[in-house]
Design a protein around this ligand. Structure first.
Ligand code: TYM
Length: 356
């Protein structure tokens, strides 16, 4: 497979485009929530934005992890980005830990971020309960590292699912209240000149919150011990059909949106609309009088058909490890040049002795 020989993203012609950064943790196979809530939207942004997508491996070790699995999951995730339609000719695809500026900016931001901002993060509280007494300092610090990821690239927009909204707000507060308004140099008008760009979240309504197949009131998640609760992007067709067959339903006929008593109907109908490429109105009209026994095979068929091209492309990519390694090497180079410049700006503003 040819490796990118085109001009790097961010070079002449693309620099005026708004910048986007996002990432997924390499913890097991990605699921429909990661795809529909995040990666699918990244693909469209490539034509209008200067796009950076990283595999956030440093975040993956904030909960206990298996060393033998980390590198493999990192490659799987990178290959899935490409298989989903991320084009290394147009986007910078890289591994977070390959760009050391992420860890370094995280430390600088740690020292200005109040502890109580972190203690009130919903995801920390939820994950900490699951970890019991063995909660790492890294889990508490997770959103500061995420802020570093975003702020290093002067990202204008960060496309994520609904669950990341609070983390995005924290990144904005750190940039604005803790760096720009404290350390920004004063201009001739006495106003502080910002050091870091304050990013905006980009959360699309559809797909922003894909729910579990076994409980329509909780989010589809990689950490749910019940594998039947999620469809991963690499599940074979029979497994997809089996999981959908076993998905939780209710005793009512007909699928509908927006009935608070029927979260499973809402979730599965939304999935059907997204996977079959129908508008919500068309999907609702099609399935309004349908029983679960008719609907579930239809949903399974739509899921299998939507994932088939992605799975085929994924197999091709994994059979060419040199190509993937080269994509990540080029990604690291491009990402480092942007990230190092931002880090130098922050170091200077905070008063560190120059390295050069
Ligand atoms: P992660 O790996 O948990 O999730 C990756 C992306 O998938 C979205 N997502 C969902 N969307 C809809 N429905 C769901 N059930 C669902 N589950 C997950 C998440 O919102 C996310 O967009 N903290 C980030 C990783 C990260 C990051 C960053 C993101 C680290 N640094 C910088 C953006 C920018 C996370 O949630 O990973």
């Amino acid at each position: 497979m040819p490796v990118n020989s085109a001009q790097p993203p961010g070079a002449a012609g693309l620099t005026q485009r708004p910048r986007v950064l996002s990432g997924v943790q390499p913890t097991g196979a990605l699921h429909l929530g990661n795809w529909l809530g995040a990666i699918r939207n990244w693909v469209d942004l490539q034509s209008s934005h200067d796009t950076f997508f990283c595999v956030v491996d440093l975040h993956a070790i904030t909960v206990p992890h298996e060393p033998a699995q980390l590198a493999e999951d990192t490659l799987t995730t990178a290959a899935l980005y490409l298989a989903c339609g991320i084009d290394p000719q147009r986007s910078t695809v890289f591994v977070q830990s390959h760009v050391s500026a992420h860890s370094e900016l995280c430390w600088l931001l740690n020292c200005v971020t109040p502890l109580n901002w972190l203690e009130r993060m919903i995801q920390f509280k939820e994950k900490a309960v699951k970890q019991g007494s063995d909660v790492s300092a890294g889990l508490l610090d997770y959103p500061v590292l995420m802020a570093a990821d975003i702020l290093l690239y002067d990202a204008d927009r960060v496309p994520v699912g609904e669950d990341q909204k609070q983390h995005l707000e924290l990144a904005r507060d750190i940039a604005q209240q803790r760096i720009n308004s404290r350390f920004g140099p004063k201009g001739s008008d006495g106003e502080r000149i910002p050091i870091l760009k304050v990013p905006e979240p980009l959360i699309l309504r559809e797909g922003a919150r894909v729910m579990s197949l076994t409980d329509g009131r909780s989010k589809m998640s990689k950490s749910d011990p019940n594998e039947g609760s999620r469809i991963t992007l690499l599940d074979p067709p029979e497994l997809i059909s089996r999981k959908i067959k076993r998905a939780k339903t209710d005793p009512q006929m007909g699928l509908e949106f927006g009935n608070p008593e029927r979260p499973e109907a809402d979730n599965l109908l939304a999935l059907y609309a997204l996977l079959a490429g129908r508008s919500r109105e068309a999907a609702a009209a099609e399935c309004a009088a349908m029983g679960w026994g008719t609907f579930k095979p239809l949903l399974a068929e739509a899921a299998v058909a939507a994932l088939a091209p992605l799975q085929e492309r994924y197999s091709e990519l994994r059979s060419d490890p040199l190509y993937l390694a080269e994509v990540l090497r080029q990604g690291r180079e491009r990402a480092s040049s942007v990230a190092d410049a931002t880090l130098a700006r922050v170091r200077h503003a905070l008063g560190f002795l120059s390295r050069s």
